[in-house]
Design a protein around this ligand. Structure first.
Ligand code: ZN
Length: 307
C-alpha cells in the first residue's frame, strides 16, 4: 500500500458562490460525506493544509493581480468567477494543501496526496482569474516544489477543459512539463495540438484534443499508450495532477462520456508511468455523485496501483 494523504480543511467549503453556480461548496461537502462512508477513509493519512503566503502566490502571479484580488471583499472577476469574503483564505489553504503535500513527501512521510480544494485553479492566468479559478493552485504548487528540490515537475491535466493558465505560465519553461487532454473545440478555446511550448519551452507542452462524445476507450489510448513514454522522456522528480472529473458522462459541463471505471483507467495510466511522488489536485467535476465515485476510484488506485 502506498502512503497516501488526503489534505483537506473545512475552509474549502467557505468559498461561497451563488445558488445557481455549479462550482458549489456542496461538491466538497458531498464528496467528504461519501468518502467517510467507505472503508477507504481509514486507509488515508489525513493532513491539514498549511496557510500559503503572498510570496508563494507571487512566484506565479503578478503583484498587481494579487493586490487586486486582496482589495475585493465580495464581487466577481467575470460573470462566473466569484469572490466571496472567505475566498482569499480558501485560496491560501488550497495552495497550502499542495505545500503540505510537498513537505511531507520531502520528509518521506507520504508518497502520494490528494487535495480536494476549492476554488479550482487551472484556468487562472498569471495576471487574471477566469473560469471559476482565482489563483493557479497547481502552478504555484509546482514552483513551491521546485524550491524544495523537485527540479523537474510534470503537470498532467485530465479535466474536460484545457488548462490555459497552466500552459501559459509554463510555456517558455523547460523545467515544468504540461500534458493535457481536453474536449476541443471547447472553453477556453486554447490547447490545440500544435501548441507545444515556446522558445526554451518548446516540446515541453503536450496537448491531446478529445472529440465530443469520446469516452473511456479514447482516454485509455492516451493515458496507457501515449502518456507513459512522455513521462519517461521528461523524467520528472514530481508529478502534479490537475484532476478534473467533468469528463464524466453525467456531468453537464462537457460532452465527454467517461465512466467512473474510465477514470480508474486514466489514474492507473498516470500512476503506472512513474515511480516518483504524485499530488492530485481537484479541478472540475460538478455532478456530485459521479465526482464522488470517481474520486473514490482515484484514491483506491493511489493506495494500491501499481501492485
Ligand atoms: Zn473543467
Amino acid at each position: 500500500m502506498y502512503k497516501t494523504a488526503f489534505v483537506c480543511d473545512e475552509i474549502f467549503t467557505c468559498h461561497d458562490t451563488p445558488a445557481w453556480h455549479p462550482e458549489s461548496p456542496i461538491r466538497v461537502e458531498y464528496l467528504i460525506e461519501f468518502l467517510k462512508r467507505t472503508d477507504l477513509w481509514d486507509k488515508l493519512i489525513h493532513l491539514t493544509p498549511q496557510r500559503a503566503t503572498i510570496e508563494d502566490i507571487a512566484r506565479v502571479h503578478t503583484k498587481e493581480y494579487i493586490n487586486m484580488i486582496l482589495s475585493i471583499q465580495k464581487g466577481e472577476l467575470d460573470t462566473e468567477t466569484i469572490i466571496s469574503p472567505h475566498t482569499f483564505t480558501a485560496c491560501l489553504y488550497a495552495i497550502g494543501a499542495i505545500k503540505e503535500s510537498v513537505d511531507k513527501i520531502k520528509e518521506g512521510l507520504i508518497e502520494r496526496a490528494f487535495c480536494p480544494v476549492r476554488p479550482p485553479g487551472h484556468h487562472a492566468e498569471a495576471n487574471a482569474g477566469m473560469g471559476f479559478c482565482i489563483f493557479n493552485n497547481v502552478a504555484v504548487g509546482a514552483r513551491y516544489a521546485q524550491t524544495k528540490g523537485f527540479s523537474k515537475v510534470l503537470i498532467v491535466d485530465f479535466d474536460a477543459h484545457h488548462g490555459n493558465g497552466t500552459q501559459h505560465i509554463f510555456e517558455e519553461d523547460e523545467s515544468v512539463f504540461y500534458f493535457s487532454t481536453h474536449q476541443f473545440p471547447y472553453y477556453p478555446d486554447t490547447g490545440k495540438e500544435t501548441e507545444r511550448g515556446i522558445g526554451k519551452g518548446e516540446g515541453f507542452t503536450y496537448n491531446v484534443t478529445i472529440r465530443v462524445g469520446s469516452g473511456d476507450k479514447d482516454f485509455m489510448y492516451v493515458y496507457q499508450d501515449i502518456f507513459p513514454s512522455v513521462v519517461s522522456r521528461f523524467s520528472p522528480d514530481l508529478i502534479l495532477v490537475s484532476a478534473g472529473y467533468d469528463i464524466h458522462y453525467m456531468d453537464q459541463h462537457s460532452d465527454l462520456k467517461a465512466t467512473c471505471e474510465g477514470v480508474r483507467g486514466i489514474v492507473q495510466g498516470i500512476l503506472g508511468a512513474s515511480d516518483k511522488p504524485y499530488i492530485f489536485v481537484l479541478e472540475g467535476g460538478y455532478d456530485y455523485i459521479s465526482l464522488s465515485k470517481s474520486v473514490k476510484n482515484t484514491l483506491e488506485e493511489m493506495l494500491y496501483y501499481p501492485p
